[in-house]
Design a protein around this ligand. Structure first.
Ligand code: HEM
Length: 133
């Protein structure tokens, strides 16, 4: 099966889980006190809606220049002039996302894991680049 199909089917199963994004942010904030502090005064329901929308865009990075432009903008907002996220933070972010998928997708396999990582690869690379500027 094509990796996009593997990813899409898994994302659909994750979205059926009522607490997928809550679990993700809980795991993420447990990884580093900096993350917990960053989100301390943030409306997490609003944040989850924004993350869902930005995931849809980041996934389009390989096929759309306007999506890549939006992802560069997300990267700038998270970079040294903004939130101050480091390239390593993006690794932690993706690892937490995959830990969440492992918990929420009943059909999780290593193939599913690889498909998610590949689908996010270019978008996260673009965001990481903005850490340098
Ligand atoms: C590397 C780990 C990340 C950290 C620590 C982080 C942290 C944050 C924080 C603290 C905010 C501000 C919330 C507020 O003040 O209301 C935010 C906003 C946002 N994040 Fe992230 N984020 C990370 C990764 C990502 C990724 C990978 C995406 C895209 C898939 C993303 C998309 C967004 C969007 C769309 C916003 C709101 C719009 C904006 O403020 O520009 N974030 N993030």
């Amino acid at each position: 099966m094509d990796i996009h199909e593997v990813f899409n089917d898994s994302y659909e199963r994750c979205n059926q889980h009522p607490h997928f994004f809550d679990i993700f942010y809980n795991l993420f904030c447990q990884k580093d006190d900096r993350f917990r502090e960053m989100f301390a005064n943030v409306d997490m329901q609003k944040q989850i809606s924004m993350l869902k929308a930005s995931i849809a865009i980041i996934l389009l990075a390989p096929v759309s220049e306007s999506a890549r432009e939006s992802v560069r903008f997300f990267g700038k907002r998270h970079g040294p002039q903004g939130i101050g996220v480091s390239p390593l933070d993006y690794e932690t972010w993706l690892d937490c996302l995959m830990e969440t998928v492992n918990q929420c997708d009943p059909s999780y396999t290593s193939e599913v894991d690889l498909a998610w990582r590949e689908c996010f690869r270019l978008g996260l690379e673009i965001m990481k680049k903005e850490c340098e500027t």
